[in-house]
Each structure stands twice: as structure tokens, then as C-alpha cells.
Design a protein around this ligand. Structure first.
Ligand SMILES: *[C@@H]1O[C@H](CO)[C@@H](O)[C@H](O)[C@H]1NC(C)=O
Length: 104
């Protein structure tokens, strides 16, 4: 047991483990993001063709593309590729804003 402690503290070990984690993380995020996209884009298309007037469709698609890009950036930074992670993030922000004591 005593010999395991330095082995776990060896920096190379962390790098190897860290690398493993990073790839696992990316794969997980990619799959989640892909699934979110499969739900998001058909929804955008459906609303595009059924609700949005013809001359607004290009702008609407641009806006949805912008939102999607924002979501991708968030997922890479602090989310996990699911919409749930966005809502959890927003709720945490709200909660911390409420808990913070008012400034004098
Ligand atoms: C929305 O409709 C426009 C015009 O018909 C089309 O060019 C665009 O590709 C559509 N966008 C999506 C995401 O369906």
C-alpha cells in the first residue's frame, strides 16, 4: 500500500490518466451533442417550414445556427453536450446570484 502512493503521485501517471479521460470526455460529448442535434434540427426545420414566413426563413435559420454554435461552444467549455447541462448551468448561475449577499 505504501508503494502505491508514490506511484499514484508520479506525474506520468496523471498525464496518462488525464489523456484517457480527455478522450473519453470528448467521445461522450460528441455522442450527446449528436443526439441533441438530431432533436434540434428537425425541430428547427419543422418550425421553419410551418411557422416562419418565407422571407424570414433565411434569417431564422441563421439565428438557429448561431444558437447551435453557441451551444457547441458551451458544451466544449462547461457542458456535456446535452440540453440538460445548459439548464443545470443556468439554474446554478441563478442560484449563486440569489445566494450572493447584496453589495454595500
Ligand atoms: C428554412 O427555409 C428556407 C427557405 O425555404 C431554406 O432555405 C432553409 O434551408 C430552411 N432551413 C432549415 C434549417 O430548414
Amino acid at each position: 500500500n505504501m508503494f502505491l502512493v508514490p506511484a499514484l503521485q508520479w506525474p506520468g501517471m496523471n498525464i496518462v490518466q488525464g489523456k484517457d479521460d480527455i478522450f473519453l470526455d470528448l467521445k461522450q460529448k460528441f455522442w450527446n451533442t449528436y443526439k441533441t442535434g438530431l432533436m434540434y434540427w428537425p425541430f428547427v426545420q419543422l418550425t421553419n417550414f410551418s411557422l416562419v414566413p418565407v422571407h424570414w426563413r433565411t434569417a431564422y435559420t441563421g439565428l438557429c445556427g448561431f444558437l447551435w454554435a453557441t451551444f457547441l461552444c458551451f458544451s466544449q467549455q462547461s457542458g456535456d453536450g446535452t440540453l440538460t447541462s445548459v439548464f443545470t448551468f443556468l439554474r446554478k448561475k441563478e442560484a449563486s446570484a440569489v445566494e450572493r449577499p447584496p453589495e454595500k
